[in-house]
Design a binder for this molecule. Structure first.
Ligand code: ZN
Length: 392
């Protein structure tokens, strides 16, 4: 899987060398095929060494996440556009932080979309050993220990790019861009709040392009607090500015979406974030020396819940943990919905079994869903309950 993730940039690089359009078509076919047979809710393709299918308890290796992100960054630089940008953000804001502990002293080799336990135990891997889903210094093998640190710096260095006429923002996360001719300060809390502010100080006239994600229903755009009609060219909002200081505010209107998975299961997204039911975690040291321990994480709360096709979802914002934004105990954003407890969801090979196809329940609870990346134990692909079978 790591080789597959690395190889995806080959199509863009060959296009750069030859100018032949066929590489874009081959690339789109490759991505479509990977999504169909191995695509996971977090935007990655599964692979615990070998490609491993769409089941939400299959593993995805941390190295492949970092390499997939770098391939998407390269393709975004070659082709531009929201398809590669959205793929990059889905993986960067979900799969990458999920595999790394909140203090960054341990990580998983393989993460699972539905991850009910992290333990040394047999799982349905294609090849990896029983330690592959532990949080540790080098569980299973040390490659991810070396690769994990490349994810955020490479992502950061691709937030802004430059074409022949413009400065191009590929992702609205807070940062500062400095050139000889201008400085751009991006402020906000993207992706938790789906927009932000660009404070520009320029010595001469300039053009900015800001990528609009495909999930955005509408762009609300203000210049110096005055609403403007947004000018959009090929997935990018166009901003023409003059020398001086200006403040631009952008807001991408997002909505809670249900993504259909196999067995009538669904995943919940809002903007580029996936939302999971966090399972209460009990961390225990297995071995190692301070601060680099191998841990087991046991579930201490119920996880067997289904959602209904008619469930309603309300989005709430909170004060976040300033040191670690991906922390299910202090998430900057949560979604409240209703879930139904389903006792017939079994454990298979120390993982959550396939989300049951037909589920009955009479026990309804309020569920708080949080961003996937902060929940180290979680349910993210939920069975759907058939309301006609319910008593209430
Ligand atoms: Zn690895």
């Amino acid at each position: 899987m790591v080789n597959v993730a690395m190889s995806l940039k080959y199509f863009g690089l060959y296009f750069e060398l030859t100018g032949e359009d066929k590489y874009k078509i081959l690339l789109e076919n490759a991505l479509k095929t990977l999504d169909l047979y191995h695509g996971q809710l977090h935007g990655m393709v599964s692979g615990d060494e070998w490609l491993a299918g769409t089941h939400p308890s299959q593993g995805t290796e941390l190295c492949s996440i970092v390499e997939y992100m770098y391939s998407m960054e390269t393709l975004l630089a070659v082709y531009g556009g929201s398809a590669f940008g959205d793929r990059l953000e889905r993986v960067a804001f979900n799969a990458l932080p999920a595999a790394i502990s909140r203090d960054w002293f341990s990580h998983q080799y393989d993460q699972q979309v539905n991850q009910i336990c992290s333990s040394k135990a047999k799982r349905n891997w294609t090849e990896n050993n029983d330690e592959a889903n532990l949080f540790g210094l080098e569980p299973h093998f040390g490659c991810c220990t070396a690769n994990m640190h490349q994810g955020w710096p490479k992502f950061t260095s691709h937030l802004w790019m430059k074409d022949s006429q413009s400065y191009v923002c590929q992702s609205m996360v807070p940062c500062k861009v400095t050139t000889e001719k201008l400085t751009i300060l991006v402020e906000g809390n993207y992706p938790f709040i789906t927009g932000g502010t660009l404070k520009v100080k320029a010595k001469e006239a300039y053009t900015l392009k800001v990528r609009i994600p495909n999930w955005s229903k509408e762009v609300i755009f203000r210049k110096n607090n005055v609403q403007q009609h947004p000018i959009v060219r090929e997935d990018y909002l166009l901003i023409e500015g003059d020398a001086g200081a200006d403040v631009y505010t952008l807001f991408f209107v997002a909505e809670v979406k249900k993504e259909q998975r196999a067995q009538r299961a669904i995943g919940i997204t809002y903007g580029s974030l996936i939302f999971s039911l966090p399972i209460k975690e009990e961390w225990k040291i297995l071995k190692g020396n301070s601060p680099f321990y191998d841990w087991s994480v046991k579930p201490k709360s119920e996880w067997r819940y289904a959602l209904s096709e008619k469930s309603t979802y309300s989005v709430h914002y909170h004060k976040q943990n300033e040191k670690q934004i991906f922390d299910s105990r202090h998430s900057p954003i949560s979604i409240i919905t209703s879930g139904w407890k389903i006792p017939n969801w079994k454990i298979h090979q120390n993982s959550a079994d396939t989300p049951p196809y037909q589920v009955r329940s009479e026990e309804r609870s309020e569920l708080t869903l949080v961003p996937y990346g902060g929940a180290k134990l979680r349910i993210s692909e939920f069975p759907t309950i058939d309301r006609s079978l319910l008593n209430n």
